[in-house]
Structures are given as structure tokens and as C-alpha cells.
Design a protein around this ligand. Sequence first.
Ligand SMILES: NC(=O)c1ccc[n+]([C@@H]2O[C@H](COP(=O)([O-])OP(=O)(O)OC[C@H]3O[C@@H](n4cnc5c(N)ncnc54)[C@H](O)[C@@H]3O)[C@@H](O)[C@H]2O)c1
Length: 436
Amino acid sequence: MKIAVVGTGYVGLVTGTCLAETGNNVICVDINEAKVKKMQDGQVPIYEPGLDLLFHRNIEQGRLHFTTNLAEAIEEAQIIFMALPTPPGGDGAADLSYILGAAKDISKIIKGYKIIVNKSTVPVGTADKVRAVFSENTDIEVDVVSNPEFLREGVAVEDFMKPDRVVLGTTSERVKKLMTELYGPYVRQGNPILFMDERSSELTKYAANSFLATKITFMNEVANLCELVGADVDAVRRGIGSDERIGKRFLFPGIGYGGSCFPKDVQALVMAADENTYDFQILKSVMEVNERQKTILVDKVLKYYKNDIAGKHFALWGLAFKPETDDIREAPALYIIDALVKNGATVTVFDPEGMDNVKNIIGDKVVFADNQYDALKNADALLIATEWSVFRNPDFEKIESILKNKVIFDGRNLYDLQKMIDLGYYYNSIGRKLID
Ligand SMILES: NC(=O)c1ccc[n+]([C@@H]2O[C@H](COP(=O)([O-])OP(=O)(O)OC[C@H]3O[C@@H](n4cnc5c(N)ncnc54)[C@H](O)[C@@H]3O)[C@@H](O)[C@H]2O)c1
């Protein structure tokens, strides 16, 4: 099939590349000229494991193209995917200007029937708004479909190639047939393509992300309580996770959820509920608790130093909001840096992939180290904000020889408590016994 993907970010580029991988001819279009130039020069503009291989293979075999020219991208496409940003607007509700703006641009240049597929995360009713934009500007028939994306950064290629499910909001039989053909190769093992009305499809995505954010937040609260009552959150996690109704995943406590999706999607669902005079209380609490959790590691640091960290120097391992991505949007590490610096401390950071993105937004607010051990030089303590594999089994002798004090504040519970006792560290993690 001939496909255009409008917006070539984390979702658009993975979508375009993976659709090319099953033999489709894909043109990705983006307004960011520097990004498009990079891709035309054969460079993947984001870090996403496994994407390189597919990206290069499909470019070489002539199935994957990049352009800044919307008309050229959509001219021959049967299906136009929109993978555009939906950031929070001033009031916290999803800003639909990218989607509706692109829909308007497309509506003014299409020459024949197209299927417009919305992959962005959008509030209920967006498909109607997109449809209205088309009918205002053209007589040409279009079908507008909701197709929320569930890929996870860090395993996005795997998620796209083998999705747990594909959700499609459409009632058109013609669209159902074509989309079943398009997604068929990705669900050969039997995972479902779920057709539903577009409103349910739009809400499914927000409900999924909000549920996961709630699960994480619940566990963070359990962890905080564990510390107060002398319980061990790892034991509690195993104890509840083995119950199939609860499940083992998303039960690891930490320093709050971040990233480009959960914070904005929870907020957008709360706003959408408010607009419909429904008070989505549980999600309001989730947002509040998550705000508090983001700086819980700094609270621990402040308590340890009796509220005086002015002049102290800290090493911070991990910037990306989770491992295996360079995405630092809403990353808890940024809040930690902010709080440490505001309290008069200095910080040296290291992250395997997220350093450039952080440099671009906070510049010289912190020092960027070449590797995880260089970050420890002259540091009074080490803080850990992201569970990259490379931090899981570090050389503790080397850490001891560089860090000024054997003090670790671990926001991701990476180390075994007995090991830290044996090594003689002060070790403060989340929801577990304090080792001091
Ligand atoms: N990132 C994720 O893990 C993820 C997962 C599922 C769903 N989503 C949703 O998918 C959508 C896109 O997210 P993302 O993370 O890929 O965003 P992103 O910011 O990485 O990418 C968006 C891209 O769109 C481009 N763009 C903006 N306006 C454009 C226009 N008019 N024409 C062409 N290109 C334009 C930008 O330059 C950028 O490259 C959002 O709604 C998000 O909530 C994201």
C-alpha cells in the first residue's frame, strides 16, 4: 500500500519504518527541516533500539522516504497517518492545533479519496473535528479513523511489529477491510484487531495510560508507607504481583512517572472529564501524588544533610525518563536537578543516551560527564534516577575510590540491600529499609 505519515517523531518514525518493513511504500513528512535532512542523509534522529536496522534496510530498498513537502507526501498515498504532537494546552487539555492544522493543510491539497488515520493521543470527539475541517475545505470524500498507538519508547519497534492489540475506531466496512489487510502481518500470532466506534477508540488510549499511571502511583504510595511501617516494598510487590488479577508489571516503585505520555494524558483525561462535568477524582489524586513523588529523592537528600546542601556536589546517574530511550520529556531527573540546584548544590550527570537532549534545554546548569564513573568525581553522594542496565552492576570498588563518601540515594531500587550492608554504604532507596 502507499502510505504517508505526517509527523516523524517517536511514533511517526517507528510507524513509518515498521509499515515499510512489511512491504508498504511509505513517505514520512515533517516540518522540521533539520530532522528531515538528517533522515534523508541516512541518520536516525532518535535513539530507539532496533530502529536503525529497519530504517536503513527500508531506505536502501526504496520503500521509506522523507520529505518536508506535504503535497508530495500525500499525492499517491491511500492512507495518511497523523502522528503529530498533542501537548497540554494552557488549561491542561490536549492542544489539537497540530492535528487540526495538518488536517486543514491536507484538506486543501488532496485530489482524491483518502483514509486519514489519527495515531496521536487525542480527546474524544477529535475525529469529528478532523472530519469537520475536511468538509469545510473540500468536497472530496475522506474517511477519518482513530488508531491510537500503544508502543512504548525503548521497545517501540518490537511493540509495533508485535502489538498486544490494534485498536481501530471506525464504522466504515471499506476502511475495516483495508486496515485489516495493513495490520494483518503484525498480528499473525493471533493478537486482536479491535474495531470499535471512534469515540471508544479515542478514550481507550487515555484510559490505558491513565490506568498504568494509577498503578505506578499506587505502588509509590505503598512504598512510601512501607518506609514508615518497616515493611519491604519488594516483598509486598512480589506478594501482590503473583495474584493474576493484579499482575507483575508496573508495580516497581520509583520517583514518579514521567515521559511524553503519562503526565499529559492523565491531565488531558481529567480535563476532558471536567469539561463534561465529571469529577475524575482518582486521577486528580494520581497527579497530586506523582508531583510529590518526583522530588522524593531530594527530600531524602535534604533530610540526610539536615536541610543544608548548599555547596554540596552530587553525581546523578540517569536523565532519560526511562531506560533505552533518549526521551527526557517530563523526566523525574530534571525535577531532581532543579531541586538540588535551587538548594545551592552543584550536579554532575551521566546518561547513556539522554545527555544531548538535556544539554539543549538546561545548558550549563549541570556538568555533563563522559561516563558514569567520571560523574562521581568530587561528589558527596550518588543519586540514581533511571534504571539503565549499565547502572545495575557497577564496579563498587571504583565507586568507593572516586565518591567522596559512600552514600547512595537510589530512586530505582537497583541494588540488593544485603550487598549494600556488606559493602558498607549508606543506601537510601524507595520503600525499603534504610541502610546506614
Ligand atoms: N512517544 C510515545 O511513546 C507515544 C506513544 C503513543 C502515543 N503517542 C502519541 O503520539 C503523538 C506523537 O507523539 P511523539 O512522541 O511521536 O511526538 P514527537 O514530538 O516526537 O513528534 C512529533 C513530530 O511532528 C512534527 N510536526 C509538528 N507539526 C507538524 C506538521 N504540521 N506537519 C508535519 N510534521 C509536524 C514535529 O516536528 C515532530 O517531529 C502524541 O499525541 C503522543 O501522545 C506517543
